[in-house]
Write a protein that binds this ligand. Sequence first.
Ligand code: SIN
Length: 281
Amino acid sequence: MSVAVQRRLAVRPQANDFGAEITGVDFSQPVRPEVIDQLRQLWLRYQVVYFADQSLSHTQLEQFTRYFGEFGNNPYVKAVNGHQHILEIRREAKETVAPFGTSWHSDWSFQAKPPSATILHAKVVPPYGGDTLFADGIRAYETLPGTLRDDLEGLTAMHSARRTYSYEGFERSGGAQRSMSITPHDNAWQTQEHPVIRTHPESGRRALWVNPVYTLSIKGLSEGESERLLKTLYGHALQGRFVYRHRWRPHLLTMWDNRTVLHCAQGGYDGHQRIMHRTTV
Ligand code: SIN
């Protein structure tokens, strides 16, 4: 996939073209539609794109999000006052519970139409730790052993929010000890079916699309078979060679393709505050 880049945009890709820093654009100012088109192509190509030194108000973050589509629907997590589409991912210095989002997942994969993009804007960054890991689901798919890849064709997986957002899951995952305001609900028991191999609606690229937080099982397999297969798939997809480690700094604006990428927040900053603002498309 090649992208002709406008002269004023510069792109610095990470290894394997998974992740790229883009410079030459300031989102505190209106951005022309042709530049947004270019950015969209770059996002589809590199899957995780990021822009340094974007000091944005809530309204500017919302504007950035709207360049890429409609806001996603955010259940369970309380939004920022007066900005229903912005979630605050906050961990206080004194918190001891595992950070929010600390196991591998795709955002809201339990929804019928999960977000296409997740956007994270760094507000307060600890002096160490607190990175986010991203795993490339496209390379994971492309490098699956041939027979396994054939076996996955046509399979679907059941997803649900129950492990984290049912009352039981909330209790077990220490939800009540967080400074973030999370509201568990019985709706979290609902299930949603998605293909195990997902074909990207825009690029046509295929990606392995199951995750240990929200995927419950593979439809039509026994519990044991399903567990074994999911374990094999996670073992393959989460190998270090597919993972990019994203280090934050204040005002770093990052957007990833939730249709092909798994992510996972890292801890390692106890005693320090970390605050991110998140929107979805
Ligand atoms: C998330 O899962 O959306 C949070 C990621 C992070 O805080 O690094």
